[in-house]
Design a protein around this ligand. Sequence first.
Ligand SMILES: C[S@@+](CC[C@H](N)C(=O)[O-])C[C@H]1O[C@@H](n2cnc3c(N)ncnc32)[C@H](O)[C@@H]1O
Length: 373
Amino acid sequence: MKRGYQESSSSGSFGPPQSKFKYNPEGDAQFLEDDSTKMFARKVADHYSSRTNQTLEEREASPIIHLKKLNNWIKSVLIQLYTKKGDAVLDLACGKGGDLIKWDKAKIGYYVGIDIADGSIEDCRTRYNGDADHHQRRKKFSFPARLICGDCFEVRLDKVLADDAPFDVCSCQFAMHYSWSTEARARRALANVSALLRPGGIFIGTMPDGNVIVKKLREVDGMTFGNSVYWIRFDEEFENKKFKSSNPFGIKYKFHLEDAVDCPEWIVPFHVFKSMAEEYDLELIFAKNAHVFVDEYLKKPEFIELMRRLGALGDGKDDQSTLSPDEWDAAYLYLAFVLRKRGQPDQTQVSIRRDKGKMHLLKEDIMYISGQV
Ligand SMILES: C[S@@+](CC[C@H](N)C(=O)[O-])C[C@H]1O[C@@H](n2cnc3c(N)ncnc32)[C@H](O)[C@@H]1O
């Protein structure tokens, strides 16, 4: 059965394959959030909210600076490959707006950023305005923007963004796994993406590679593994290290990444993500582990040059610095994915959106939304 906020009549007689796991028949119609789910979402939000902005010097001194630069390169490649001039972009879990410059380089026409962490959204606002930001290299961004603070894996964003949709590109960088605590949240995440993308629109993202994490867990004796820059710890409830395909949600672990992350995360079994996305009319174009992604796209001259500029592997001249073996091992924990919303873009449709963004955002321009929306 096809899912989403409304049944599509244009899909023909054969539907997408069904996912194999048992789903809650209430699906996303009735949103079931218990206290512990809310508590964990709050924990994640508080963790990111409390992360202060670093100066350029502090950032360069980070033990994972080359990993951060590599991740920025991966996101930049995805954005350059799948964004066109004038596109309307929805950035789910936008954080402090670390990708604003990338979107500007892609010459997008409109940007909506949403994040659960109010501190991060406020940082995103000041970064967008070009105020007091150590990383800011340019004065002004060339696209109008709108910022929203809320839980994008709980709230029905199609209602909140009815006047802004449809979007050409939706991006969810290093965050999709926070939706995998329950089936209802994972479904809400995919339903939101599907409802807001135009037919033919693109969903790009990065998230932990569940296969790699489970493989690494099985390689060690205990429930914890890692290296000098990260560790991952599973609770004893998973001590047999077997994860039932009938129950692919709520597989929680604690993730610590030096100078970046320290909060609960959830395994996303990719085959489940893929088949569930199909139910929401989102077809997989590709998913590649970060190591494979680097290997493939680092063969292309334009992306070699981008890597040189971002400096993850040094600058190709005097700066020979590169990722440490432990950083490279941490990069292996992630994958990049691209999905496409089924259907053909409607060439005749006149765009009526883009009137809600501003070129300078005041505090009161940030919209705060809750699950009741
Ligand atoms: C690792 S950061 C990535 C930020 C940004 N996408 C980037 O790549 O720089 C993860 C982000 O996900 C956000 N996040 C986690 N759960 C969320 C939720 N339920 N709704 C919206 N944002 C969420 C966090 O607040 C945090 O900003």
